[in-house]
Design a protein around this ligand. Structure first.
Ligand code: ZN
Length: 138
């Protein structure tokens, strides 16, 4: 499956956190604004977002306590981390209603076995709307 090339940072969506530069982002830019606050939060806490990717039609965010490669720079308490996990969960939930391509209102669809969240304009021909299934987070 081909994906749009992601500009880092993305001036079109206004998502401009500097962490975008080194982030491994495999998502379409429609989700930039969902992810941007998480990057800011991680920056404040001294965490680094390693990877953002699409899985089963929704966004997944992976972070690490190693800030700039050094764990001693992390300023994150377990309570902070719980807040961050909530933010990530909220972004994941929102991603199932947000077109991955343009950021407009979207729905989860199945296109030839691929789950993807798209608006009507960006839906693959012949795709059908499906219910979000509970997935195991890894
Ligand atoms: Zn769209």
């Amino acid at each position: 499956m081909t994906r749009p090339i992601h500009p880092n940072p993305n001036p079109a969506t206004g998502a401009g956190h500097h962490m975008w530069d080194k982030l491994d982002n495999e998502c379409g830019s429609g989700w930039d604004l969902l992810i941007d606050p998480i990057l800011t939060m991680c920056d404040v806490l001294g965490l680094e977002v390693l990877q953002v990717k699409e899985k089963f039609g929704g966004v997944r965010v992976y972070f690490t306590p190693y800030y700039n490669g050094d764990v001693s720079d992390a300023r994150c308490t377990p309570a902070d981390e719980a807040i961050l996990e909530e933010m990530i969960e909220a972004a994941e939930t929102a991603s199932f209603k947000t077109c991955e391509i343009c950021g407009g209102p979207g729905r989860l669809t199945n296109s030839k076995g691929w789950l993807m969240t798209r608006c009507l304009d960006h839906e693959e021909p012949g795709s059908i709307e499906v219910e979000q299934i509970e997935t195991i987070r890894v």
